[in-house]
Design a binder for this molecule. Structure first.
Ligand SMILES: Nc1ncnc2c1ncn2[C@@H]1O[C@H](COP(=O)(O)OP(=O)(O)OP(=O)(O)O)[C@@H](O)[C@H]1O
Length: 244
C-alpha cells in the first residue's frame, strides 16, 4: 500500500501541491487526472523520493520514502515524465542494466526482459541502440525498464503517450496483469476513456489540490455529470489558488 499523508510542495511562489492525502491499495489501478501544471508529475516524483515534499510524508508498504528511501524504492517501478535512456545501449541492454541495478540475477533478468520485449512488441528494436528511437520506441523501452524487476507498486507518468493503438492495448493488458498479480498501479493520463476503462478509482488534482476521488461512477454522481470528461472539466475549473 502507498500512503500519502498531507503532502504539500512549493517551488518558490508556486504551490505545486497543497495538502494532498490518498492511499493506493494493492491490486488497484488508480488514474491521476489533472490539467497541465496541476501537480501530477510532482506528486509522482515525491512518491518515488526524487523530490522532498515541503510538508507531509509518503509511506510505501510502511517504509517512509524520506528516511528509508532505498528499501522503499525497491518496491517501486517508475516511468518518469520524459524518461531518458542510455543512448549507447540497445533497448535490451537498457532494460537489463536497470534490472541489474535492482539486484536481479542474470537468469531472472533474461527471463523478465524477454517477456517484456514480447508483450510490448519490441522485437524490431530490442537489439538497436536507443539513440534515434522514436517517442513510442523510447516509451516502450522505458516502460519495460520500469517494471522489469516486478515491483509491488508501479508509478507511470502518461504511459501510453506516443504509443500506437496496438501497443497501447498491450500496455493496458499489461497493467491489468499487474493488478491481477496484486500489484498497485498509479498512472497519470490526459485520456479520459483510458482512465474510465482501466481504473478502479480516479483522482482529480487541480491547482495542486485533490478535488475529487473515487470510482468513476461516484465521481460522475457527485459532480452531477454524465461523462468523466465533463466532470473533469467542471472540477478542474473550480477556483483553486495556485500561488502562495
Ligand atoms: N522544478 C520546478 N521548479 C519550479 N516549478 C516547478 C518545478 N516542477 C514543477 N513546477 C511547477 O509546479 C506545477 C506542477 O507541475 P507538474 O509538473 O507537477 O504538473 P503536471 O500535472 O505533471 O502537468 P503536465 O500535465 O503538464 O505534465 C507547475 O506550475 C510547474 O510549473
Amino acid at each position: 500500500m502507498i500512503e500519502i499523508e498531507q503532502i504539500s510542495k512549493s517551488f518558490g511562489k508556486v504551490q505545486a501541491l497543497n495538502n494532498v492525502s490518498m492511499t493506493i491499495g494493492n491490486g488497484e489501478i488508480v488514474g491521476l487526472l489533472g490539467l497541465n501544471g496541476a501537480g501530477k508529475t510532482t506528486l509522482m516524483r515525491i512518491i518515488y523520493g526524487l523530490l522532498a515534499p515541503t510538508v507531509g510524508t509518503v509511506k510505501v508498504d510502511g517504509l517512509n520514502v524520506a528516511t528509508q528511501a532505498e528499501q522503499a524504492r525497491l518496491q517501486l517501478g517508475v516511468l518518469p515524465d520524459g524518461a531518458g535512456l542510455y543512448k549507447r545501449l540497445t533497448a535490451r541492454e537498457n532494460i537489463a542494466y536497470f534490472a541489474r541495478l535492482q539486484g536481479m540475477n542474470e537468469a531472472a533478468i533474461t527471463d523478465s526482459t524477454d517477456q517484456l520485449i514480447d508483450i510490448l512488441r519490441m522485437d524490431n528494436i530490442a537489439e538497436r541502440y536507443s539513440d534515434g528511437f522514436s517517442l513510442g520506441e523510447r516509451m516502450k523501452t522505458a516502460l519495460a525498464r520500469a517494471i522489469v524487476h516486478k515491483p509491488q507498486h508501479v508509478l507511470l507518468d502518461e504511459p501510453t503517450n506516443g504509443l500506437d493503438v496496438i501497443t497501447t492495448r498491450a500496455v493496458r493488458a499489461l497493467l491489468r496483469q499487474l493488478k491481477s498479480e496484486g500489484r498497485s498501479v498509479l498512472f497519470s493520463s490526459h485520456l479520459m476513456y483510458e482512465v474510465e476503462n482501466l481504473c478502479d478509482r480516479v483522482l482529480i488534482i487541480s491547482g495542486g489540490q485533490l478535488v475529487a476521488g473515487g470510482r468513476v461512477e461516484d465521481v460522475l454522481h457527485s459532480a452531477g455529470c454524465n461523462s468523466l470528461e465533463e466532470a473533469f472539466v467542471a472540477l478542474s475549473q473550480a477556483e483553486v489558488s495556485h500561488v502562495v
